[in-house]
Design a protein around this ligand. Structure first.
Ligand SMILES: *[C@@H]1O[C@H](CO)[C@@H](O)[C@H](O)[C@H]1NC(C)=O
Ligand SMILES: *[C@@H]1O[C@H](CO)[C@@H](O)[C@H](O)[C@H]1NC(C)=O
Ligand SMILES: *[C@@H]1O[C@H](CO)[C@@H](O)[C@H](O)[C@H]1NC(C)=O
Ligand SMILES: *[C@@H]1O[C@H](CO)[C@@H](O)[C@H](O)[C@H]1NC(C)=O
Ligand SMILES: *[C@@H]1O[C@H](CO)[C@@H](O)[C@H](O)[C@H]1NC(C)=O
Ligand SMILES: *[C@@H]1O[C@H](CO)[C@@H](O)[C@H](O)[C@H]1NC(C)=O
Ligand SMILES: *[C@@H]1O[C@H](CO)[C@@H](O)[C@H](O)[C@H]1NC(C)=O
Ligand SMILES: *[C@@H]1O[C@H](CO)[C@@H](O)[C@H](O)[C@H]1NC(C)=O
Ligand SMILES: *[C@@H]1O[C@H](CO)[C@@H](O)[C@H](O)[C@H]1NC(C)=O
Ligand SMILES: *[C@@H]1O[C@H](CO)[C@@H](O)[C@H](O)[C@H]1NC(C)=O
Length: 851
């Protein structure tokens, strides 16, 4: 998804930014992303330590298509994601470069989201010094306390983050699932200059978007423990969707630190900062609206004459259930207060995840870093809030599905390669959403429902799991009957409010598309996004058909959903023309007449900044966060059908080329994800390889600006992951398009399905740049599976990749050629599957269905 200005004002197309050329972390200039210092001894032990190849700062640049990636301390799926909050545009707290002041360290963030005001950012802790050690001089409010940080002091790796403020105070963070351990080192010279001992400000009320709606703070000064709770508004939902968050902070470092003083502070709107040292309890009622400044400030005793730096260590727990839970979380997760051990524990959790895909030691260093940096982010979200969710449940609870429209295409299929256990837990969260709140979550974040973006895209997530893991589902904790029930409910029952969940099932079933200008009393929502919703509904239906097939559900279900999915073509208006090409998706009235608009609206080339491109009520062209140019390529289940709709192979190729060369392609926008590989459907798989090389080269790098848009909960990371491994998925199916890997070999370790080892015969490092020179081997000539020729050079099944048992190994050999070979193979089955040309499964005759 793209970036929103304060929840729903502006589409990201309008994110105006200034180009900058500032040094990279470590002083490398942005012009030299390929030059990475690598310690040869580390590379030699390449597969022993994979976290070293992760750059946690990729995607943190705030300018030009910001990636909004969280950079800080988190474990895989950490509910606690600790980093600094800077002012200005910083949806995930941290941004690069470092030209905005820091407000403090918050333990709650999401990664790669599109709300420009940010998500979470609550409970900032800021290290401060107070002139002459006077408590009244402690800067506690947002403005007085904020500080720039020193250039080139941001460093981090999975599980650890550090930066240094311009007064020399060093911040170091690490975390466990729901707790953090934080070190603040105050330099001796600065304490002397200020005549101050170390202090910490603990903000109670401010989240990043400034939406406090009341709460409570209480202190046990004897114990050195502060508990806080509050209510805030969700970052991507209606104003009446709010959430509660809780934290518990221990200030005494297991008795190794003593408080010298403490106070509660409250700011009034004129900027006065009032402090009281006699309080230990404060309840702020819910009617308080907007930014409200309050919290606590504490001072620490030091060995006063010692001319040494002082490190203050604090521990905190967070919860979405209660402050008591927050305390328990930190006590159980960081019982020993050992910072290095907590870093090491986090690192080893990351290492365990990254080991699931091992690249050949002769993989180019840059590719290795690109891969593991992306692979790391695929485990950063959603947030595992199990046992701390907003409703009681015995199921896992994950939050920050921000949003499913972004992640169903590439993230969950990527997870399916190596991580069925995690995938199953997240799928169970979707199913549990239906159990507890009636519908599959679509953009659940901040513990509450969010807005539906494209459609109810939880359906293809469930489908992807069902088709790949039906047999193992029960042992992975997923009941496939319930999965199917939840899915059917989401598809067939009209949602009273389709903007939050489910779909406008009534008119869609009646007309085969969502009509524009239609009064639908059963399913209320803005009359927007009709064309793109219709396409998403159709694809959802298709994945339900695949699910019915995989789970052995009634044949008639499968037939019904499959037929419905082919109705996607009803959205194409053959009278709409753009740049000489015809047939574009458009809004359509119930009577069949199209309500056409310019297919370039909201494309990267659209200069009219007044067009509403996102979920605003003013979005008046029928497509969500994309142009019709882009969305007209969207029928992943029937791409051969699309080729026909667009006029056959030759015209399709011209149109696809034009899409890229003219600039309608939006590499950071999900509906564009499929397009580089669509040459597979006109028998030119080598053109897909060329496009993918170009996109990886042009739009991805290891720079802070190294992704072409919002990471969207690792949608972008997983897209790059697929491209690098040389495959591309169709979600909800086992279908994989075969591309050309960027490395000579790799092994995927799947704990359920076994080992997949892919080797690339003829791999040539010269082929991985933006253009492939003549005579360089880059294109797939043939594929061998366990030594046996596989008919197609374009496609294979997920089942071809894996042996199907945990202790077995499958060997896939991809043989490259320098020749641009037309065609996929000798048999129709060698073509990538498309529903209308006989792929995926067979339709029954009408008679048979009736019989
Ligand atoms: C892995 O490498 C990183 C970077 O060199 C280093 O900080 C870390 O300690 C190493 N981890 C292990 C377990 O060796
Ligand atoms: C960081 O570097 C930038 C650009 O080089 C400079 O403008 C800024 O003043 C520096 N910040 C600090 C805190 O030194
Ligand atoms: C915060 O804590 C107080 C005291 O336990 C409780 O009354 C209040 O309901 C809590 N607030 C929330 C949002 O849970
Ligand atoms: C989520 O947390 C629960 C509770 O600790 C744990 O059992 C589960 O394995 C975690 N899941 C993932 C994917 O990290
Ligand atoms: C497909 O669209 C037609 C209208 O053209 C509609 O009558 C039919 O019910 C739709 N098919 C399905 C299976 O929904
Ligand atoms: C279809 O309905 C629209 C909107 O009511 C109307 O403008 C159009 O003329 C109708 N078309 C036909 C063929 O009746
Ligand atoms: C946008 O503006 C540029 C320069 O003014 C113009 O060349 C281009 O055609 C415009 N694009 C669209 C889609 O209107
Ligand atoms: C820009 O778009 C707005 C909203 O669609 C429209 O009202 C306006 O006429 C357009 N401006 C131009 C110059 O095309
Ligand atoms: C279009 O390309 C497909 C895929 O290579 C091929 O099967 C089909 O025969 C081609 N169609 C025509 C009319 O050439
Ligand atoms: C992708 O790369 C192309 C070619 O360098 C460039 O024109 C385009 O702006 C890039 N897009 C994004 C979103 O980074």
């Amino acid at each position: 998804m793209r970036v929103f200005q304060s929840i729903l004002i502006l589409g990201a197309l309008r994110h105006q930014t200034v180009a900058r050329t500032l040094p990279l972390h470590g002083g490398k200039t942005p012009e030299q992303p390929f030059v990475i210092e690598s310690d040869p001894t580390l590379v030699a032990s390449a597969n022993a330590n994979l976290t070293q190849f992760v750059n946690i700062f990729v995607g943190t640049e705030a300018n030009n298509d910001p990636g909004d990636v969280f950079a800080g301390a988190s474990v895989p799926y950490g509910m606690a994601k600790a980093t600094i909050n800077v002012e200005g545009y910083a949806p995930a707290g941290y941004v690069w470069p470092s030209d905005q002041p820091t407000r403090g360290v918050s333990p709650l963030h999401d990664s790669g989201t599109g709300s420009s005001d940010g998500s979470y950012g609550n409970f900032c802790i800021m290290p401060v010094l107070c002139t002459n050690n006077a408590i009244d001089a402690c800067p506690t409010l947002l403005d007085p306390r904020k500080r720039l940080r020193r250039n080139h002091t941001d460093h981090g790796r999975p599980g650890y983050f550090t930066t240094t403020l311009d007064n020399g105070i060093k911040i170091e963070l690490t975390s466990a699932r729901r707790s953090t351990l934080e070190k603040y080192t105050f330099p001796a010279h600065e304490m002397q200059r200020m005549k101050s001992t170390p202090h910490l400000v603990l903000d109670w009320t401010n989240d990043s978007p400034g939406t406090f709606r009341g709460g409570e703070m209480k202190a046990d000064w004897e114990q050195g423990r502060l508990m806080m709770n509050g209510t805030w508004l969700s970052s991507f939902g209606p104003g009446d969707f709010h959430y509660h968050a809780f934290q518990c902070v221990d200030l005494k470092f297991n008795g190794k630190q003593q408080l010298s003083r403490h106070a509660f502070f409250g700011g009034n709107r004129q900027g006065y900062d009032t402090k009281r040292t006699d309080l230990d309890h404060w309840v702020r009622l819910a009617q308080e609206v907007g930014q409200y400044q309050a919290g606590a400030v504490v001072g620490f005793e030091t060995n006063s004459q010692a001319e040494q730096d002082v490190t203050i260590t604090i521990r905190r727990g967070v919860s979405f259930a209660s402050a008591e839970n927050a305390c328990r979380n930190m006590e159980s997760e960081i019982g020993d207060w050992n910072f290095d051990a907590t870093v090491a524990a986090s690192e080893s959790q990351w290492e365990e995840k990254l080991q699931r895909i091992q690249l050949s030691p002769s993989t180019p260093d840059y590719i290795r870093r690109l891969f593991y940096t992306s692979f790391y982010r695929t485990f950063l979200s959603p947030n595992n809030a199990t046992e701390d969710g907003p409703f009681p449940t015995t199921s896992p609870y994950f939050d920050g599905m921000y949003c499913t429209w972004d992640t169903f295409r590439t993230l969950f299929p990527f997870l399916s390669l190596s991580s069925p256990v995690e995938f199953a837990q997240i799928v169970e969260t979707y199913i549990d959403g239906w159990r507890k709140e009636g519908w599959l979550p679509e953009c659940r974040a901040n513990q509450v429902k969010g807005y539906v973006q494209g459609a109810n895209n939880g359906v293809p997530v469930l489908a992807d799991f069902a088709v790949k893991y039906a047999k193992a589902a029960a042992s992975l904790g997923v009941n496939t009957d319930e999965l199917y029930q939840a899915m059917q409910h989401d598809l067939d029952v009209p949602s009273p409010q389709w903007e939050y969940e489910g779909r406008q099932a009534g008119p869609y079933q009646l007309y085969g598309y969502v009509p524009f200008g239609y009064l639908d009393p059963a399913s209320v929502g803005e009359q927007t996004r009709e064309a793109s919703r219709s396409l998403e509904y159709a694809f959802g239906d298709f994945t339900a058909a695949m699910t019915a097939q995989a789970l052995g559900k009634p044949e008639e279900d499968m037939q019904r959903y499959a037929k419905a999915s082919l109705n996607y073509s009803l959205n194409f208006d053959r009278h709409t023309t753009s740049d000489g090409f015809t047939n574009f998706v458009q809004r359509r009235f119930a009577n069949g007449t199209f309500m056409a608009s310019d297919p370039t609206f909201c494309s990267p080339l659209d200069n009219n900044s007044s067009h509403a491109c996102s979920l605003q009520p003013e979005n008046d062209f029928g497509v969500y966060e994309s142009s019709s140019w882009e969305y007209s390529y969207y029928a992943p289940h029937d791409r051969n059908g699309l080729v026909q709709l667009m006029g056959g192979n030759a015209t399709f190729e011209k149109r696809l080329d034009h899409f890229f060369s003219k600039g309608y392609y939006a590499p950071g926008n999900e509906p564009s994800f499929d397009t580089p590989t669509m040459y597979h459907f006109i028998g030119k798989p080598y053109r897909s390889v060329q496009r993918v090389r170009e996109v990886v080269n042009d739009n991805f790098s290891l720079k802070p600006g190294g992704i072409p848009g919002n990471d969207d909960n690792a949608a972008m990371a997983s897209l790059l992951g697929w491209f690098l491994l040389g495959f591309y998925p169709t979600p909800g199916t086992k279908e994989l398009l075969v591309l050309s890997p960027f490395m000579p070999a790799y092994t995927i370790n799947n704990p359920v399905l076994g080992k997949a080892t892919v080797t690339v015969t003829g791999y040539d490092e010269r082929s991985i740049g933006g253009t492939i020179a003549k005579g360089v081997k880059a294109y797939v000539e043939r594929v061998l599976i366990d030594g046996k020729p596989h008919g197609s050079r374009c496609r294979m099944s997920f089942d071809d990749l894996f042996p199907g048992q945990a202790d077995a190994e499958r060997k896939v050999e991809i043989v490259l050629t320098e020749n641009e070979i037309d065609g996929c193979g000798d048999n129709p089955a060698d073509e990538p599957a498309s529903l209308s040309t006989g792929g995926f499964f067979e339709f029954q005759e009408e008679e048979k269905t009736k019989a």
